[in-house]
Structures are given as structure tokens and as C-alpha cells.
Design a protein around this ligand. Structure first.
Ligand SMILES: Cc1cc2nc3c(=O)[nH]c(=O)nc-3n(C[C@H](O)[C@H](O)[C@H](O)COP(=O)(O)OP(=O)(O)OC[C@H]3O[C@@H](n4cnc5c(N)ncnc54)[C@H](O)[C@@H]3O)c2cc1C
Length: 274
């Protein structure tokens, strides 16, 4: 080593402590936890006073990780844009860096919430349309619960179809909330517009479809269950499992429906969760 070389006054980057999560987020508290199944749970966080979002958007949530790091993951808001708290619905991935930590959290523990909300899985992106179709697999129901808590959506559309695909009947989280949605005082006069189509792919349950979403579109059973036709007046949001969404997009395209792109308005838009 050359002793005459000037010594750097800055700390080498490998020795720098990781950036504080408070540079991009606020520290919020877990107010409530609810377990649905071994792999599914919901949690409620305090809401930062300045945090704003559109129904359907997501926020990045942070948890303390190893060696002072913070692990960030995107999460869709379940709660309404006007609620005083923020609700989220989560999978528990075995050995998942974020969810295996989150699953051990208790009421009162800290979760960081990034200051800005993101995402285009919103109804405001669409031009026109009279029927709204919300097609979810698994935890992909989360943004649609927020959208369905927006009074403007109930006024805007003539019919709203919520199709929610899970493997087992026990995975059908929020089913009581969904059943109660039409009677909500903020839009009760519009409540008749909602058609709920549960899909359970690995069990038979009366009143639920059992084929995958893409097949239910192709064979017409989704439309039969919803008593509504997919067509030019449909605006469709898809959320959840990326393989499933690929197949659903292909099924919609085969029906002559087009993706909604900024430069070319269309019928459907989607958000992959991984
Ligand atoms: C825009 C956006 C919004 C999201 N919103 C939610 C949400 O509201 N709720 C939620 O649970 N997750 C959501 N996710 C996924 C979430 O960010 C994490 O991937 C998930 O919490 C797992 O984190 P992890 O670090 O434990 O595992 P990761 O390393 O992130 O994921 C490991 C593997 O787990 C599987 N996986 C990841 N997420 C899911 C899931 N949701 N359902 C089933 N399998 C999954 C995939 O096979 C993935 O490769 C969202 C992702 C995106 C991109």
C-alpha cells in the first residue's frame, strides 16, 4: 500500500449503514391482526396523516431485516380511501423474506409505509364502459375490496361483477364482508348491482364455479353465473397469480376484448403479484 496516498475521508460503501426506512416511509403500528387460514391473514395499520391513495393502488411496506436493513414489498390497500386506518391482506410464503417476518408480528409492532401510493389498477384509467368486472385470484382480491368501498364506483357502473378464485373454500377470505357490501349505507340504493361469483378450483361447493377463471370465460360459465355478457361495454380489472392472468388475458383477447393501454383505450388491465 502507498502510505503517501491521500486517505479517503468518506466511509467505504460496504461499511455504510443501510439507509433509514424513515427516509422514504413512516413508522406505523399494527392495530389488529386476523388469521383466515394457515397461509392467509389480514392486518390493520395506523394511517399516516398525509398518506393518500386511489382505490386499487398499492403501497410499499417495510419490515426490519437482517443487519439493520429494511425489507420492502408492495401491498394493495384493502381499506377504503376514506378510512382512518390501512388494511392489508397477505399470503404467508414459506421462507418468504417478508411474509415469514410479518407472520410473527404482533399488535403494536412497527411496519413502515412508503409515503407514496402507486399503481394503475384503478377504475379511473378507463374510458367509458357500463359494466365493471373485477377478476381476482387469491390475495388479488385486496385492491377490489378497496374499489368496492368507493361510493363513486357504485354510481358509475350499471353492473359490477366480482369473481374471486381460490383453491379451497376456506381460502375465500372476506366472504362475509363481500356478502354485506350491497347493504352498505353509503351506496345501499345501488347494492343490487353487485354479482359475486366465487370460484373454488380444488373443492366442490354449491353456488361456486369450479373451473379456472380463463376456462370459465371461454366456456361461458362466468357470464352465466354473473347473468351478464362480456362485451364492448365491459371494463375488466384482473389481479393475482401471473400464470392465471396470462391465461385470462388470452381468453379475453379471444373474445375480441383489448388491453387498456395509455395510447389506446381498451377493455382490460391487470396487476401481477409476482
Ligand atoms: C403491485 C403488487 C401488489 C401486491 N399486493 C399484495 C397483497 O395485497 N397481498 C399479498 O399477499 N401479496 C401482495 N403482493 C406480493 C407481495 O409483494 C410479496 O411478494 C409477498 O408478500 C411475498 O413476499 P415474501 O418476501 O415473503 O416472498 P417473495 O420472495 O416476495 O415471493 C416468493 C414467492 O411467493 C409467491 N408469492 C408471492 N406473493 C404471493 C401472493 N400474494 N399469493 C401467492 N403466492 C405469492 C411467488 O411464487 C413468489 O415467487 C403484491 C405484489 C405486487 C407486485
Amino acid at each position: 500500500m502507498n502510505d503517501d496516498a491521500p486517505q479517503s475521508k468518506t466511509t467505504p460503501s460496504w461499511r455504510k449503514p443501510p439507509p433509514s426506512p424513515l427516509l422514504k416511509g413512516t413508522a406505523e403500528k399494527i392495530l389488529h391482526l386476523q388469521r383466515w387460514t394457515e397461509r392467509l391473514f389480514s392486518f390493520r395499520l395506523s394511517r399516516p396523516a398525509a398518506f393518500r391513495f386511489q382505490p386499487g393502488q398499492f403501497a410499499r411496506l417495510g419490515l426490519d431485516g437482517p443487519l439493520g436493513s429494511t425489507i420492502w414489498r408492495p401491498y394493495s390497500m384493502v381499506s377504503a380511501a376514506y378510512d382512518e386506518h390501512l388494511d392489508f391482506f397477505s399470503i404467508q410464503v414459506p421462507d418468504g423474506a417478508f411474509t415469514s417476518r410479518l407472520a410473527t408480528c404482533k399488535v403494536g409492532d412497527t411496519v413502515y409505509v412508503e409515503k407514496t401510493a402507486y399503481g394503475y389498477l384503478t377504475t379511473s384509467r378507463f374510458v367509458g364502459g357500463s359494466n365493471l368486472w373485477l377478476l381476482a385470484t387469491g390475495t388479488g382480491i385486496a385492491p377490489f375490496l378497496s374499489i368496492l368501498r368507493d361510493p363513486a364506483v357504485w354510481v358509475q357502473y350499471e353492473h359490477i361483477v366480482l369473481a374471486y378464485s381460490v383453491r379451497q373454500a376456506a381460502d375465500l377470505a372476506y366472504r362475509d364482508e363481500i356478502a354485506a357490501l350491497p347493504q352498505h349505507p353509503l351506496w345501499a340504493e345501488q347494492g343490487h348491482k353487485l354479482r359475486f361469483v366465487p370460484i373454488i378450483t380444488r373443492e366442490q361447493l354449491p353456488g361456486a364455479l369450479s373451473q379456472r377463471l380463463d376456462r370459465a370465460i371461454t366456456d361461458g360459465s362466468l357470464e352465466t353465473a354473473a347473468q351478464l355478457a362480456l362485451g364492448d361495454d365491459s371494463r375488466i380489472l384482473l389481479c393475482g397469480n401471473p400464470q392465471m392472468l396470462d391465461d385470462v388475458r388470452a381468453a379475453l383477447s379471444a373474445r375480441g376484448l383489448r388491453p387498456d393501454l395509455g395510447r389506446a383505450p381498451g377493455h382490460f388491465a391487470s396487476e401481477n403479484y409476482w
